[in-house]
Design a protein around this ligand. Sequence first.
Ligand code: FAD
Ligand code: NAD
Length: 404
Amino acid sequence: MKKPTIVVLGAGYGGLMTVTRLQKALGQNEAEIVLVNKNDYHYETTWLHEASAGTLHHDRVRYPIKSVINSKVKFIQDSVLEVKTENKKVILENGEISYDYLVIGLGPESETFGIQGLKEYAFSISNVNTARKIRDHIQLQFATYSTEVEKNEDRLTIVVGGAGFTGIEFLGELANRVPELCKEYDIDFQKVRMYCVEAAPAVLPGFDPELVDYAVSYLEKKGVEFKIGTPIKGATPEGIIVAKGEDEVEEIKAGTVVWAAGVRGNSVIEASGFEAMRGRIKVDLDMRAPGHDDIFIVGDCALIINEEINRPYPPTAQIAMQQGEVIAKNLTKLVRNESDLETFTFENKGTVCSLGEDNAIGVVFGKKVTGKTASFMKKMVDNRALLMIGGASLVAKKGKFNVL
Ligand code: FAD
Ligand code: NAD
């Protein structure tokens, strides 16, 4: 009998976790495993705020996919355009492939909620290319300011839209990077403005208020100005437009606008006709797409409700990797004609939010942590992701050991 083909789309946390577990569980003759990804490298999405600020080189946040897969996996570097579920095919930019089982792990995209000008004039922290672009753009603003005769101080204003975890982690890095840029280009730090603009009435809405106060006062001391309860209404070549009260709007001029105010699932989900909410498929308990016994969804493209609060679990690398493990087990069972598939239960190990290189806040196994302890834990979390996917040798190559 022909061995089944398992196709995994996306080599992010979810996709790679699935593939590396599958290559261990299945024998060479049991299934053909195919992994498709846009690039020949995996990037640590959870480190992209560092590459975007320029506090960590982009090569530190990525590694070759071939370094973590073995000869049981066929790797195809290509972009996925659409899944044709009716004839079990994936349409790629440069061809197509057939599957018996499919795993969709194409990750998130920036959600702009239809706000005018954001797609054209704001940056988003989405991948290695956008991270490099943000880093280079900010540096160019400083370099241009230092050479222009008529100084345009708005160049030195950086607006971060959204005070969620991405916005706060990026500001933590920026607050360390900006003094370095000032020194490099002989610019008075007092001339630089770093704004965090948040629509909700609080920073990190829903997170522990004591930890939020710690983060806000730390970032304020480093020069970040918070504008909370201030929804961004638009972006222009000169900056952003924000709501001021009920009917009025205000313009904040800025040389750099980084939109970190939300994510959605990959647009391939909707292009393929799946029923989805903002590109995320509400999966069955065993991680399959409803009505599709042969398709699993992993990571930011999957939506699971936290029954305790009747709201979706936030999309994180932590949940993506746990899902990948369950999906690999379930695929192994299907290949072996076993029907007792596992159901997915999220085991929340906590959340740590970095505030630059040597500070952080977090709740780990129910305990609050701040400062160097929290920062150490964050680096251990980062190293753990490497360990889970590529083992000790990957940690040795790419791990964070600069603990203080
Ligand atoms: P990803 O890891 O993003 O991978 C998706 C993969 O699919 C990528 O390799 C991409 O190149 C590929 N791809 C996309 N489209 C296509 C296509 N059309 N064709 C082919 N390939 C494609 N979560 C945490 O748990 N802890 C944290 O500390 C944390 N920090 C974060 C910091 C930042 C700055 C950001 C932006 C997010 C952070 N998150 C964190 C969230 C976490 O990164 C995501 O939830 C996680 O990356 C989702 O994993 P995934 O496998 O779904 O997608
Ligand atoms: P998010 O959705 O968590 O936060 C977006 C923020 O933007 C919210 O506070 C929201 O109120 C605000 N916002 C929305 N519209 C706005 C507008 N028009 N104007 C101003 N503000 C607006 O998005 P995120 O921070 O990118 O996080 C995405 C996912 O990644 C989340 O699940 C998060 O938990 C995860 N993440 C985790 C970590 C970590 O664990 N350290 C770090 C980064 C991201």
